[in-house]
Design a protein around this ligand. Structure first.
Ligand code: IMP
Length: 190
């Protein structure tokens, strides 16, 4: 079985990745006793994904996968975008992030948005990127308890329920992360 360290402390991302890659052994940062937050100082998903992967690769020399992702809202010129994790301020909570988005969109009719994920893989010492996007819209209020991050306010195109209401197997067919993972699987032939 192929092995990858998944460079995230985000439990929601980790759970999804384990379900999306059942034939790959996913080693978490917890498993390698890595507790530090890795800074994400850049303004692009690619650069932030790269720094997370490179940081862990330098420490371990093992194959590493990282995910930099976020919610991009057209009416907010693409915000929160790369700043999705801390949009509501420090320390971050999903609730504060969601509240900030709903405040910014208060009274705004144009609610189209998309999630973007950039995966960065370091394999045989080479860097590879995979990308996925999913279109949808921002709900007027949070709906559902499952998932993580902005899931309760994101309704994917063609559905009435949010990512936090839809069963995980549906999110894992539609999502930005799922689309990027399909390309990763093709690359790894896994
Ligand atoms: P980062 O990739 O660590 O910078 O964090 C990305 C942030 O975007 C997460 O903390 C979530 O708030 C949000 N995000 C990314 N993917 C998803 C998703 O699948 N559902 C909900 N929120 C997400």
């Amino acid at each position: 079985m192929k092995k990858l360290i998944f460079a995230t402390n985000n439990k929601g991302k980790l759970k999804e990745m384990q379900l999306l890659l059942p034939n790959i052994e996913i080693i978490s940062l917890n498993d390698i006793n890595w507790t530090e937050e890795i800074d994400e100082p850049f303004d692009t998903f690619h650069e932030n994904a790269l720094i997370k992967a490179v940081t862990i690769f330098k420490a371990t020399q093992l194959p590493v996968l990282s995910d930099d992702s976020g919610l991009c809202i057209h009416a907010l010129n693409g915000a929160p975008g790369v700043h999705s994790a801390y949009y509501g301020g420090h320390p971050r909570t999903d609730q504060k992030n969601i509240n900030k988005v709903l405040e910014e969109l208060d009274g705004v009719a144009q609610r189209e948005a998309y999630f973007k994920a950039i995966l960065c893989l370091i394999w045989d010492g080479q860097v590879h990127y995979f990308e996925g996007n999913v279109d949808g819209r921002i709900a007027n209020s949070p709906m559902g308890e499952d998932g993580f991050g902005y899931d309760p306010i994101f309704v994917p195109e063609g559905y009435q329920e949010s990512f936090a209401q839809l069963p995980m197997d549906i999110k894992n067919k539609l999502s930005h992360r799922a689309i990027a993972v399909q390309q990763l699987l093709t690359f790894l032939n896994a």
